[in-house]
Design a protein around this ligand. Structure first.
Ligand code: NDP
Length: 251
């Protein structure tokens, strides 16, 4: 029997989100219900193809930066998961581009903050009742109960933004992910009494549109690591910041 019944992932049109859906759909530990969201699902042929192959895979529209879209997606998800609630929310969708001291603009700062920091908080708020419902059905902490996974980045680590760690210059992306790590910690404090595990995860430097062609990892390598980490989560990881190998990172 599977550890968990349901998962919802944001930003599944391509990259890590799409690969998470693919691997989960194929894995032994697959939940019965996989809800893959994208802001324009019709534009992702790969996602559409997957939905034809796997029963239990639902594709719904979710633009994480739109309150209206979040609200209609949460109603749709309720009709899918019903009284079982939602076991896991993966806030994966993000934008990112280099913004150095010369070319950073207020607009770039706000755009990154909107999608990478504010959206995961409000998506989580919208799905909180469904996570709480799932959490009442079990004990302990982990995927078997309820979890919020915020896809962060080592680039959001303030501690590591020195020396080689400071090579990638992006005021907008780095600050948005540092703030996301704080969102995770605040959620961890608020949702602990409900038994909902909250953590930040760094997927490694991955060859996607965002990571670029010279990144260290293929998307398959990253996602295989991410899934091992997810499957082993427990109370000790609540409020934590792990990478795709399960190593602790400093915020
Ligand atoms: P990609 O750029 O390949 O994919 C980003 C995804 O986010 C796309 O599906 C995109 O959808 C979606 N997205 C962007 N804005 C929105 C929105 N407003 N609403 C809904 N979906 C949206 O990125 P990756 O797959 O590489 O990154 C996934 C996660 O991993 C991100 O959180 C990223 O910050 C993090 N990460 C990635 C690293 C890497 O090296 N790749 C390193 C560290 C962290 P659309 O197709 O519609 O644009």
């Amino acid at each position: 029997m599977s550890l968990w019944k349901s998962v919802l992932i944001t930003g599944c049109s391509r990259g890590i989100g799409l690969q998470l859906v693919k691997e989960l759909a194929n894995s032994n530990g697959r939940p019965a219900t996989i809800i893959a969201t994208a802001r324009n699902p019709a534009a992702s042929t790969a996602l559409q193809d997957l939905s034809k192959t796997y029963a239990g895979l639902h594709i719904i529209t979710l633009d994480v930066s739109s309150e209206k879209s979040i609200s209609s997606a949460s109603e749709e998800v309720l009709s899918i998961v019903g009284s079982a609630g939602l076991n896991c929310l993966i806030n994966n969708a993000a934008i990112g581009f280099p913004t150095n001291i010369s070319n950073v603009t207020p607009e770039a700062m706000m755009a990154n903050f909107q999608v990478n920091t504010v959206a995961p908080l409000f998506v989580t708020k919208a799905f909180m009742p469904l996570l709480q419902t799932a959490a009442t059905r079990s004990s302990g902490m982990g995927l078997h109960r309820a979890a919020v996974i915020n896809m962060s980045s080592v680039l959001g680590s303030i501690t590591l933004n020195f020396g080689d760690g400071a090579n990638f210059r992006s005021y907008a992306y780095r600050t948005s992910k540092a703030a996301l790590n704080m969102v995770t910690r605040c959620l961890a404090a608020d949702l602990e009494s409900s038994g909902i595990l909250c953590m930040s995860l760094h997927p490694g430097w991955v060859r996607t549109d965002m990571g670029g062609p010279y990144a260290d990892l293929t998307v398959e390598e990253s996602v295989s690591g991410i899934l091992s980490v997810l499957f082993s989560l427990n109370e000790q990881n609540h409020g934590g910041f792990l990478d795709y190998r399960g190593e602790n990172l400093q915020c």
